[in-house]
Write a protein that binds this ligand. Structure first.
Ligand code: TRP
Ligand code: CA
Ligand code: ZN
Length: 464
């Protein structure tokens, strides 16, 4: 029922809301395209009405958790590296037979596990060097997650911590991918670099010879160099924020505090990738730097002593390993490879969340809301979020309608316009909500700013 001529105009102005924010590319802050950190759902504000129903089918497959990497397997690889060094003059250095024997050992394991392997040759110091590359068949070829470690030692020792540890952890992570029959959304590539100890020669060669089209497909490179230092610290590279968070979250889950790696940024094989614009991250347990007493307090070990007293020395043998550190870092490597390659368990675009519980709108009164609770999504809302508004009202010009994001940001859908005497608001609005976290409680806020005509929210829906 609607009155005609003598409408009573609003006696007070409607409560103002913030103007709809411009589309900010907040997501672009994350350099690692596609590797978007999962935002925690907003604190659950009690819905003002019955729980929203989700109408479209949703994917139930969540990302598989990484398996535990057996420490014994990682250590078995170290034993093999030690044997290789012992049989080849005590080292696995670039240009020496122990290096090529190390490559052959790792490659045979990968071939047997179903990887597609290749050797990339280069020359350094007059000797042939090799990078070993192993691709796991499948995954999106346009989104490649790489993990790597340098496989060469210095000539003075077997290089079991530097860097048998990283090499073995990356190898065992790759073998775990095969054992699990893991089918990540992204393509996985593993690498063992040659001649790192001569100045990152192998990894520089790889990056320099990678066509820019291939380079841009690498969504992240994870580096593992010295991850079993006997007097270990737990250092995470301070680079790509998503990769860094992935590692930090893992250690936080173990209750192990971490610090940012500061013992020489750019001193390992992630540097060429970083310089080429690839998002990078990695782990490190310390080299020649001294552990402080504060670090010994939180991590154990010996204050006033190097993290690795055998760094670049002949005593970098199988005794030069902290098993706990090697185990944790190997598991962290697998966790990161799994997590960063899983893709999202994103429900498909087109999912609709709705609330059809009626909400009366007080005449010329306070704003009311209808809520929809969005869960299980990753990252931000779409730039073309469809907001379905179904309001039954006898004079829609009375109504001010906003979409309120989980963080409280309001998007004006409709202003009051006293002369608009038509019935009802039955519209689908398109909102650029790309700066809003998708998960959380979204509200349709409706205020009737003028007396006489009344109505109710009949339904509110969001289509992602
Ligand atoms: N292999 C590296 C080197 O000989 C070890 C190292 C030192 C390192 N500082 C680092 C590795 C920092 C990673 C991060 O220089
Ligand atoms: Ca383990
Ligand atoms: Zn080294």
């Amino acid at each position: 029922m609607k009155h005609s001529a003598s409408r009573i105009s609003a006696s007070r102005s409607p409560r103002r809301t913030a103007a709809a924010p411009a589309a900010t590319a907040a997501a672009a802050v994350l350099a690692l395209a596609g590797l978007v950190a999962t935002a925690a759902p907003a604190a659950s504000a009690a819905p003002s009405a019955a729980p929203a129903t989700r109408t479209a089918a949703t994917t139930t497959a969540n990302a598989a958790a990484a398996p535990d990497i057996p420490l014994a397997n990682v250590k078995a690889h170290l034993t093999q590296f030690q044997s290789i060094a012992s049989a080849n003059g005590g080292n696995r250095a670039h240009g020496r037979p122990g290096y090529k024997a190390s490559v052959d050992y790792v490659r045979a394991k990968l071939d047997a596990a179903g990887f597609t392997t290749s050797l990339q040759q280069f020359t350094s110091n007059g000797a042939t060097g090799y990078n070993l590359i192993a691709d796991w068949p499948g995954g999106d070829p346009n989104q490649v997650v790489m993990a790597g470690a340098h496989l060469d030692s210095v000539s003075s020792g077997a290089g079991i911590n530097d860097n048998g540890s990283g090499s073995a952890a990356v190898l065992e992570t790759a073998l775990a991918v095969s054992r699990a029959g893991y089918q990540p959304a992204k393509h996985l590539r593993f690498a063992w670099w040659g001649a790192e100890e001569l100045g990152l020669v192998g990894s520089k060669h790889y990056v320099a010879n990678l066509p820019s089209t291939e380079r841009s497909k690498i969504s992240g490179y994870l580096n593992f160099d010295m991850i079993g230092s006997p007097n270990a610290g737990y250092f995470v590279y301070d680079d790509d924020p998503v990769i860094e968070k992935t590692f930090k979250d893992y250690f936080a889950g173990l209750g192990v505090p971490t610090e940012i790696e500061t013992e020489g940024d750019g001193r390992s094989d992630h540097a060429p990738f970083k310089n080429a614009g690839v998002p990078v991250g990695g782990l490190f347990t310390g080299a020649s730097r001294t552990k402080t007493s504060a670090q010994a307090q939180k991590w154990g070990g010996t204050a006033g002593q190097s993290f690795d007293r055998c760094y670049h020395s002949s005593c970098d043998n199988t005794s030069n390993i902290n098993d706990t550190a090697l185990d944790r870092n190997s598991d962290a490597a697998a966790h990161a490879v799994w997590t960063l390659s899983a893709g999202t368990s994103e429900p498909p675009a087109g999912d609709t969340y709705q609330n059809t519980t009626d909400v009366p709108i007080p005449d010329g009164g306070a704003a009311v809301t209808s809520s929809v609770n969005v869960t299980g999504r990753t990252g931000n809302a779409p730039s073309a979020l469809k907001v379905g508004v179904d309001i039954v009202h006898t004079w829609r010009g009375d109504l001010v309608v906003d979409l309120v994001a989980p963080d409280g940001t309001a998007y004006r859908l409709k202003n009051a316009s006293g002369g608009d005497s038509a019935d009802n608001v039955q519209e689908t609005y398109t909102v650029d909500a790309s700066s809003e976290t998708a998960n959380g409680t979204w509200k349709l806020r409706v205020q009737d700013t003028a007396r006489y005509d009344t109505g109710y929210i009949n339904g509110f829906s969001l289509t992602f």
